[in-house]
Write a protein that binds this ligand. Structure first.
Ligand code: GAP
Length: 501
């Protein structure tokens, strides 16, 4: 698997993603999608909407406000509970997530000589062992160094907070105990700047769906089981945004609340959702073998949840959550019904009964999907250059469903008006249907290579045979580099089949 630095480098170089406010040194946890990035991102969102909203009879869409009544977040539990335990280092002023600090008691011949600490990563065990050996040497202790057993800072005993060194400075006595840090961004609504004017930027799109549940039931012809889908921005003041766009502070979600009857077989429906979501990932180009499932153990679930399975993906930094699919009972609707005083019950015609539906919640990050698509597509190979010699090539094997450009049109030469004009005509025709690129500058091999690196699946070249012979053009396949000749009508039929599938 490609490493993250390579993906970040390509994203910057080819205008997919820039650090936000880069001219001011960047702003940690925020990113801008450039000309190619916005196309890829929009195509991911469009494919999701097409398949889960337009492609199904049982799902409708919603676009709720980002800033909602603050009572929404009190009822949902986010004001009181949407927090990460964090630890401050009083000396360096750095802040860490408590669950990302690991420590070990260092023993020599069974006697404790001190503590070491490390931050979570793949090499942390080796680093802790190195620090333990250094401590032994520094204290000039003789004897056998005991096994270095790492524990999470969340499991430290209160007396150990003063003994565990800060991962920032190596000095003990500077770390605070874990303290809850709410992840919601606050703002003020209206002219007043006091407690009564506080509002929040939504940390998930889901609550907008619950808050509008009754409106949608009253105004659309929905019948349980049915879903409400929403795509939109979410904001979380993540303590440690990292791994590029994997964990950022401003991101987008594509969420569905799928409302089912309390009598439905939720286990079967949950399984169907996991399978449908995995199939969708494959349809946008993620190899089935790069996906896995992480079933949350019963004891780690929230008290109201019945089950939760994450679909995980082999990201450049490891196997990590791509999407969560939770079975949440009717907790959210119950909370909003109680807090708002409005009856949110659904009347089930068939059963002649009112109830608060339960939900299955497939919740997915757009940016995380983008990173997965980008990582899966990144390929290096060797192809012959214009002189027939092997040349290293970087290509993005995007599915035509999501690629920023669907095809590129090239006049073989620039200085032959008939060829140029015919290519331009074809480009304008194709552009009415798809996002297509036109490139007339440079050797044809270099033009192909530029498109390969941004993942354009098809290259169409207008050449002498097009204008002087049978009118056919060449169609080059990005992945195989094979070229076939076809007429314009064959070309359009071929592209339709591949792109609009
Ligand atoms: N409504 C449920 C919910 O929001 P979550 O597991 O907190 O659940 C769902 O988030 C998805 O949103 C994650 O699986 C991930 O794809 C994406 N996501 C969450 N936090 C993110 C962050 N800080 N940056 C990028 N994507 C994030």
């Amino acid at each position: 698997m490609v490493d993250m630095a390579t993906i970040e480098g390509l994203c910057k170089r080819r205008g997919f993603i820039y650090r936000s406010s880069e001219i001011y040194g960047g702003f940690n946890g925020f990113f801008d999608y450039g000309p190619l990035g916005v196309e890829l991102k929009n195509n991911i969102k469009r494919a999701w909407w097409k398949d889960f909203v337009h492609g199904r009879d049982d799902i409708v869409g919603l676009d709720a406000a980002i800033i909602m009544h603050p009572d929404v977040w009190r009822a949902s539990g986010h004001v009181a509970g949407f927090s990460d335990p964090m630890v401050d280092c009083k000396e360096s002023k750095l802040r860490f997530r408590a669950d990302q600090i690991f420590f070990a008691e260092v023993k020599v011949d069974g006697e404790t000589i001190g503590y070491v600490s490390v931050l979570e990563d793949d090499a942390m065990q080796a680093e802790a062992e190195k620090k333990a050996s250094e401590l032994k040497r520094k204290l000039a202790k003789q004897g056998a160094l005991g096994e270095v057993v790492l524990k999470n800072y969340m499991d430290a005993k209160p007396f150990e907070y003063d003994l565990i060194p800060s991962p920032a400075t190596g000095n003990a006595g500077t770390l605070t105990p874990p303290r809850d840090f709410n992840l919601m961004f606050q703002t003020y609504v209206g002219a007043m700047r006091d407690e009564t004017a506080i509002a929040y930027l939504r940390p998930e799109t889901a609550q907008g769906i619950f808050a509008d549940f009754k409106n949608i039931c009253d105004t659309s012809r929905v019948k349980v089981p049915f879903g409400i889908a929403q795509i939109g921005k979410a904001f979380r003041n993540e303590i440690t945004p990292r791994n590029f766009i994997f964990r950022s502070r401003e991101f987008e979600q594509m969420e569905i609340e799928y409302f089912i009857s309390p009598y439905d077989d939720w286990k079967t429906l949950h399984r169907q959702w996991i399978d449908a979501c995995k199939a969708w990932f494959v349809s946008i180009g993620l190899p089935a073998e790069s996906l896995a499932e992480d079933v949350h153990p019963q004891e780690k679930l929230a008290h109201y949840a019945k089950a939760c399975t994450d679909i995980t993906f082999h990201f450049p930094h490891g196997l990590q959550e791509l999407q969560g699919i939770a079975v949440r009972g009717n907790f959210d609707l119950t909370q909003h019904q109680n807090a708002s005083g409005k009856n949110l019950e659904y009347f089930d015609e068939a059963r002649k009964e009112k109830y608060l539906p339960h939900v299955i919640e497939p919740s997915l990050g757009v940016d995380r999907t983008f990173l997965a698509v980008m990582s899966a597509a990144y390929t290096e190979d060797e192809v012959p250059n214009d002189k027939g010699q092997p040349e290293k090539r970087i290509l993005l094997k995007f599915s035509p469903r999501v690629s920023p450009f669907k095809a590129a049109v090239f006049p073989l030469v620039k200085n032959k008006p008939e060829i140029f004009g015919r290519a331009e005509e074809l480009y304008k025709k194709l552009r009415r249907r798809w996002n297509v690129f036109f490139d007339a500058s440079g050797a044809i091999g270099r033009r192909y290579r530029r498109q390969d690196e941004i993942g354009t699946p098809f290259g169409i070249t207008v050449d002498f045979q097009t204008i002087e012979g049978d009118g056919t053009v060449t169609l080059r396949d990005r992945d195989t580099t094979e070229q076939v000749r076809m007429s314009e009508s064959e070309l359009i039929a071929y592209l339709s089949e591949k792109i609009d599938a």
